[in-house]
Design a protein around this ligand. Structure first.
Ligand code: HEM
Ligand code: NAG
Length: 407
């Protein structure tokens, strides 16, 4: 969606992703994280050897299934569950899938004129059946579950409001929601619109989060000092009763590690915008020329390039969570760190993503350490695709922790 229609929808949906609602949804996220770690604990192997991206995609799938569609799935135990296979069908990186994605970006009208569906009909009708059924059941039986469907049902009734205060307790990388009082909602949240949103959350959150998780795990395995410091923090802030939202928000080092991973392994590698007004960016330095942007032109902002510019981050290829210590993060140049984008059209799910990532890391590190194994590729190299696909995958070992005490 663009323009006014987009703004309306964003205003309706954004309260679902802030403050108290995220705290409530955390219960579902942490349950999925706990079950994920438990699955490997039950394998009773000294070291589990896994391709992390694929493995984590089962977690991010289950999290979206429970939070956005109201469905509990366990894709580790049952990788053939319909939800997971349908999800794969829309996020597939097959050549035809990638070509289609490119065509959609550059020639959207082509799809409109030929009435071609962006997502296979089989897939949309599957998800639509789930959502419509769930909404009907909830309305009939008055079921309340603290998930995104519930929040969208509330929004439909006009009962969803912004929290007055926006907190950053999900982490430093959290982006701010920019409220726009100009728009009065006339857009109706039909079952179709709700289904489409749930699908978007799926598409936007599935690959980005599993990819980031696999890169953090790789960096932890590579730098034992960082891993052990993080494990100590996890041990200090968790108990047998399980993890709470408060416990997560107290873990400062965890936030540093995740922020640094978001910098180095920028899943949303570029932002795209369409220019709506002619504008000339004036030169700042003597050797620069004015840059003319004309209305309608397509602008790409290469965040990953900015994140790796030594002008902003010294020795950019080194994974160093100290860049985000209390002391150092004040020195970060505004606009040089934007893993979740920038402005009104930034990532609506930044809080959700940070909680999802942190909950999983904590659950894993209470039981395991990440280790390099023979299959681990050092260094990582990428395939020539439009996402961060690592050649040969990210193979790591999950080594059971001996006891609570580490070096
Ligand atoms: C590590 C995980 C994630 C990263 C790095 C990420 C990054 C981004 C980035 C860079 C953008 C574009 C922002 C801009 O153009 O300024 C974006 C947009 C978006 N993201 Fe995320 N995202 C993540 C997870 C999620 C999750 C879990 C959800 C949903 C639950 C989500 C939902 C969205 C949506 C709906 C948009 C479009 C917003 C709009 O156009 O109004 N993202 N994300
Ligand atoms: C975790 O958070 C809960 C409150 O949500 C608190 O009672 C508990 O003491 C915390 N655990 C640790 C080990 O800090």
């Amino acid at each position: 969606m663009k323009g006014k229609k987009w703004r309306e929808l964003r205003n309706i949906l954004s309260p679902a992703f802030t403050g108290s609602k995220m705290r409530a949804i955390f219960v579902l996220i942490s349950e999925a994280a706990k079950e994920f770690a438990k699955y490997f604990e039950n394998q009773n192997l000294d070291v589990c050897e896994l391709e992390m991206k694929e493995t984590y995609s089962k977690y991010t799938n289950d999290v979206i299934a429970t939070c956005a569609f109201g469905i509990k799935s366990n894709s580790l135990e049952d990788p053939t569950n319909e939800f997971f296979t349908m999800g794969r069908a829309i996020t597939s990186t097959s050549l035809s899938g990638r070509l289609k994605a490119l065509l959609l970006i550059f020639f959207p009208k082509f799809f409109k004129i030929l009435k071609l569906p962006a997502v296979p009909v089989k897939v949309t009708s599957f998800f639509k059946t789930i959502i419509t059924g769930t909404i009907a059941l909830r309305e009939k039986e008055n079921i309340i579950r603290p998930d995104l469907i519930h929040l969208m049902i509330e929004a439909k009734k006009g009962k969803l409001f912004h929290d007055i205060q926006q907190t950053k307790d999900t982490g430093f990388a959290t982006v701010e929601e920019i409220k726009d009082s100009r728009s009065i909602a006339t857009l109706e949240l039909t079952d179709d619109v709700i289904t489409a949103q749930a699908l978007i959350f799926f598409l936007a959150g599935f690959e980005t989060s599993s990819s980031l998780l696999s890169f953090v795990s790789y960096e932890l395995a590579k730098c034992p000092d960082i891993q052990y410091r993080l494990i100590r923090e996890v041990d200090d802030n968790t108990s047998k009763e399980g993890i709470t939202y408060e416990n997560i928000s107290k873990m400062k080092y965890l936030d540093q590690v995740v922020s640094e991973a978001l910098r180095k392994w920028t899943a949303g590698y570029a932002l795209s915008r369409v220019c709506t007004k002619d504008y000339t960016i004036p030169p700042k330095n003597e050797d620069e020329v004015p840059l003319k942007l004309t209305r309608g032109c397509y602008v790409m902002i290469p965040i990953i390039g900015i994140h790796h510019d030594p002008k902003y981050f010294k020795n950019p290829d080194i994974f160093d969570p100290e860049r985000f210590s209390d002391e150092n993060k004040k020195k970060i140049v505004p606009g040089s760190f934007m893993p979740f984008g920038s402005g009104p059209r930034n990532c609506i799910g930044s809080r959700f993503a940070l909680l999802e990532i942190k909950a999983l890391l904590v659950s894993m590190l209470t039981k395991f350490e990440f280790r390099f194994i023979e299959k681990t590729k050092i260094p990582l190299t990428f395939t020539k695709t439009f996402n961060m696909n690592v050649k040969g995958g990210i193979w790591l070992g999950l080594k059971k922790r001996e006891n609570k005490q580490v070096r």
